[in-house]
Ligand binder design. Structure first.
Ligand SMILES: O=C(O)CCC(=O)C(=O)O
Ligand SMILES: [Fe+2]
Length: 158
């Protein structure tokens, strides 16, 4: 379904920040990927920099040694017609400690068309919520937009 899938890696370094109350490491966003695999750095295993938005509250994702965090991205939300939601998340800074995260984004090939799978669309119970679009177009839209919660997903909404 994803064609020759794209796997991209981003490494984030967050230096200590004297005013974590004023400065975010990374603004709230959802990832444009299908799935994201994230490792919170070994050397800073006690710094909970990643937070997810759940029921309107920011919840810290505490690092578990030798484990990976798997996040659902926008592409899975579209493919499942909203059954699985991409997670809104952000990174906060820490007064004394720096932090590293290594993030792998697994996403469709830029050539493929992405849309809700037929089995999860039903006129009555689960009407089609997202249009079918070219993933390359979505990626372009994503990288040229500001990180602003799940706003980038508006591109795909019907
Ligand atoms: O540093 C983190 O834990 C979050 C990184 C992230 O959300 C991203 O690179 O997309
Ligand atoms: Fe992210």
């Amino acid at each position: 379904m994803f064609g020759e899938a794209v796997q991209a890696v981003r490494m984030n370094y967050y230096p200590p920040c004297p005013r974590p109350d004023l400065v975010l490491g990374l603004s709230p966003h959802s990832d444009g990927s299908a799935l994201t695999v994230l490792q919170q750095g070994k050397g800073s295993a006690d710094v909970a920099g990643l937070q997810i938005l759940k029921d309107g509250n920011w919840v810290p994702v505490h690092p578990v040694p030798n484990s990976l965090v798997i996040n659902i991205g926008d592409t899975i939300e579209v493919v499942t017609n909203g059954k699985y939601k991409s997670v809104e998340h952000r990174a906060v800074t820490h007064k004394e400690k720096d932090r590293v995260s290594i993030v792998t984004f697994y996403a469709p090939s830029y050539e493929v068309e992405i849309g809700p799978v037929g089995e999860l669309v039903d006129q009555k119970d689960s009407p089609c919520r997202y249009r079918t679009y070219n993933h390359g177009e979505y990626s372009k839209h994503y990288v040229s937009s500001k990180l602003q919660g799940k706003k980038t997903l508006d591109f795909a909404k019907v």
